[in-house]
Design a protein around this ligand. Structure first.
Ligand SMILES: *Cc1c(COP(=O)(O)O)cnc(C)c1O
Length: 726
């Protein structure tokens, strides 16, 4: 019968067993998918079989043996044809053997297996009682699942109490309660409600197309088996210069790559550096995205397989959970152990070139071919010379978060506030459905939205590159000046994971303007615009991501010690500040030049300063002799004085593939992320630029203190230790 997906098929079976007299006993192999594991919650008794041997022992024990599962209850044993974690294929003969046990049925999860293997149920005496699969995993389309029932076991499903439209012939409910179920065929008794008829019709076309393209699933199987053997051997052979293997592959002992009976076309692994430290899978994933490679990482919906492969004890998993680990977040290495893995799969569509591309990708970014003196390849900060002078090359503000920046004109003094440069990220665009702030990572076209601040008219003006229209909103935050069209309402919004109250403009003209520009339904919002912001309003600048704060305390000694100490010191000294905001981002021209030299050496596209979305670009004195620049000197700075204002450095800025969006065209490139990953990686994370905040100082209440400003051309004085600042 057709079901929405494999999980829906599993639930149908679980519901039926639940209705059996006295409930049911449920046993499942540890390699099961999460959707199978969940069945235990409706069983009276359940048991997780920790490996094949336990299953074998259970199978060979006589059916009336005493033990926790030796009851007269109906029993259900579930296991997957193929592990969705590492592709291991489990014995098919268990189903037939289970049948010899009293009142024990089998639920066979074929969802992972069927995309690259022929499922053969022709011998009903050996076939599973219940088989679930997802058609989309074979054909890509339609989104449909199936539950295949062995007819002799169909009576189990007939005990359902529930009926719905489609599964009943007549129902009385007024004055008398009676109903007659459909009785003709099993599937009509179970298909509640309207069937996904268009998807079912499309399945015919999908089957025909698949046959036309690939011949048969047996051919697909041979093809995928051949490719995965190559992939496995390739990954296994990757070694660092010191001989340390790059990949820890999670292969089952019972499986052999190249043998389709025991191994499907999946390799699950984690990668490590030459010192044995684990690479963060989130970081591997970011680089893969730049290279158009897609794989899955994390817990992979296979809790038992993950726990046993990674050697995670229940207490460790609970500990990680309390420390914030969730499926899909980036806590991928905790207490020195990976919490998930990388899963690479090949199928009918994959080619040898795909396998080679993936192996080359691993070689390019994760194999240390020469051992550096420092444990990680890293452009080192150059020693700062006291005589060196720096100046402000440019100042930028980004009035609308993640949209284009506005260059501050030469010689125009610009106010610095606790929260950063005045007018920086004062507004944002909020998704109408989810109330989440939009970002260029998902909507690169935001780079084409150009806001400017018109102080003469008191307006924020916004245009879109290539468009004729302009919209405006008053700069004034006083609601009294707002006409009805410019009114707003306060709304909770989600900005980088923090819930913040923002003022969302009601104007449909504004909403249409931005929605059309981006092709997503969104609205303009402003943060509580009183110049004195509430503490939570500072969240608006949240860019110093929480994972970075963790990262800083984990930096290995190879990175300038000052960076590490500085952040620890700061975390004690300014806890609120660090946890809530990153007011200003500083980028060094010399560092950018160094980065671009590296990019050009590999024929890449040089990066503009804009992609880093810095507020302040600092350059070295023009008088300096050529070739004496000091890239990454800022890694060692603890404070800088810019003009008459003092700033505290908060730590390096962690980067993702968003830096690959060309700010003039909104087109994504590979660079500069690829080269950054090779030259600016610390503890598996990629850094460029420095976070900073303004430190009000000076004893007397001077004009500069009441209205602190900086401007392009200001002299910049770095300090590498705190005492020098005083
Ligand atoms: C994908 C998968 C499932 C879940 O399938 P859905 O179609 O998402 O319900 C269950 N088991 C295995 C082994 C799978 O690979």
């Amino acid at each position: 019968m057709f079901v929405a997906n494999a999980t829906a098929g599993i639930k149908l079976v679980a519901d039926a067993f639940r209705e059996q007299e006295g409930g049911f006993w449920f046993g499942y192999h540890r390699n099961c998918h999460t959707s199978i594991v969940g069945v235990r919650e409706v069983a009276v008794l359940h048991r997780c079989f920790d490996g094949d041997q336990e299953v074998e022992d259970w199978l060979s024990a006589s059916s009336n043996s005493v033990g926790s599962d030796a009851t007269t209850q109906t029993k259900l044993f579930a296991y997957p044809g193929q592990s969705n974690m590492n592709g291991r294929r489990l014995p098919l003969d268990w189903c037939g053997r289970v049948r010899s046990k009293d009142a024990t049925y089998t639920l066979f999860d074929a969802a992972a297996q069927v995309s690259t293997a022929q499922l053969d149920l022709s011998d009903a005496s050996q076939a599973p009682d219940f088989t679930v699969l997802s058609l989309y995993k074979i054909f890509g389309f339609p989104d449909l699942g199936a539950l295949i029932v062995r007819k002799a076991s169909g009576h189990i499903l007939q005990r359902r109490a529930y009926f719905g439209g489609g599964t009943v012939e007549m129902v009385l409910c007024v004055k008398e309660q009676w109903h007659a179920r459909k009785a003709d065929s099993l599937h009509t008794q179970l298909e509640d409600g309207s069937l996904p008829i268009h998807s079912i019709a499309a399945a015919n076309a999908a089957i025909d197309t698949h046959l036309e393209l690939f011949g048969s699933l047996r051919r697909t199987s041979r093809h995928a088996t051949y490719l995965v053997e190559k992939l496995y051997n390739g990954l296994k052979s990757l070694k660092h210069a010191n001989g340390v293997e790059v990949c820890q592959i999670y292969k089952d002992r019972a499986s052999t790559y190249g043998d389709a009976a025991t191994q499907g076309p999946i390799v699950a692994f984690n990668s490590r550096n030459s010192l044995g430290g684990w690479h963060s899978n989130t970081e591997v994933e970011k680089l893969a995205a730049v290279r158009n490679i897609h794989f899955r990482t994390g817990g992979l919906c296979n809790p038992g397989g993950i726990a046993s492969s990674l050697g995670l004890a229940p207490w460790e998993m609970r500990d990680n959970f309390s420390a914030g680990q969730r499926c899909g977040n980036d806590n991928d290495v905790m207490a020195g152990k990976p919490t998930g893995m990388i899963r690479v799969s090949v199928g009918a569509m994959s080619t040898i070139a795909d396998v080679d591309a993936f192996l080359n990708f691993m070689r390019e970014f994760f194999v240390e071919e020469q051992l550096a003196a420092a444990p990680q390849a890293m452009d080192p900060p150059t020693a700062t010379l006291a005589s060196r002078t720096y100046y402000v090359e440019s100042l930028m503000v980004y009035p609308i978060k993640s949209c284009a920046g506005m260059r501050i004109p030469l010689e125009q003094p610009w106010e610095v506030q606790k929260e950063g440069l005045a007018w920086d990220r004062e507004w944002c665009l909020v998704h109408r459905g989810t109330s989440t702030a939009l970002s260029q990572k998902r909507y690169p076209r935001m780079a084409l939205i150009r806001p400017t601040l018109d102080f003469k008219q008191g307006l924020l003006r916004v245009r879109v590159v290539g468009g004729d229209d302009e919209v405006t909103v008053p700069l004034s935050a006083n609601p009294n000046v707002f006409t009805a069209a410019e009114s707003f309402n306060e709304q909770s919004t989600n900005i980088c994971g923090d819930i913040i109250t923002a003022q969302v403009y009601n104007s449909s003209k504004l909403a249409n303007f931005f929605s059309e520009a981006l092709g997503v339904d969104c609205q303009l919002a402003r943060f509580p615009a009183t110049r004195k912001r509430s503490k939570s309003a500072r969240h608006s600048k949240a860019h110093l991501q929480s994972h970075q704060k963790r990262a800083n305390t984990q930096m290995p000694g190879s990175f300038p010690v000052t960076l590490l100490q500085r952040d620890q010191h700061l975390e004690q000294a300014r806890p609120i500040l660090l946890s809530n905001e990153s007011p200003i981002l500083i980028v060094s021209r010399s560092s950018l030049n160094r980065l671009n030299e590296r990019i050009k050496a590999s024929n890449g596209k040089a990066a503009q300063a804009e992609v880093f979305r810095a507020n302040i670009v600092i350059a070295e004195d023009l008088q300096a002799a050529p070739g004496t620049e000091q890239p990454y000197a800022e890694d060692c700075w603890r404070h800088v004085r810019i003009g008459s204002q003092l700033f505290q450095m908060l730590g390096a800025c962690r980067r993702c593939q968003m830096v690959c969006v060309d700010q003039a065209t909104a087109i994504k490139n590979e660079e500069p992320f690829v080269t950054l990953a090779k030259t600016r990686k610390i503890d598996g994370k990629v850094f460029f630029g420095q976070h900073a905040c303004h430190v009000p100082d000076g004893a007397e209440v001077s004009r500069q203190m009441q209205h602190p400003t900086i401007k392009v051309g200001d002299i910049v004085m770095p300090f590498e230790n705190d005492s020098a600042v005083r």
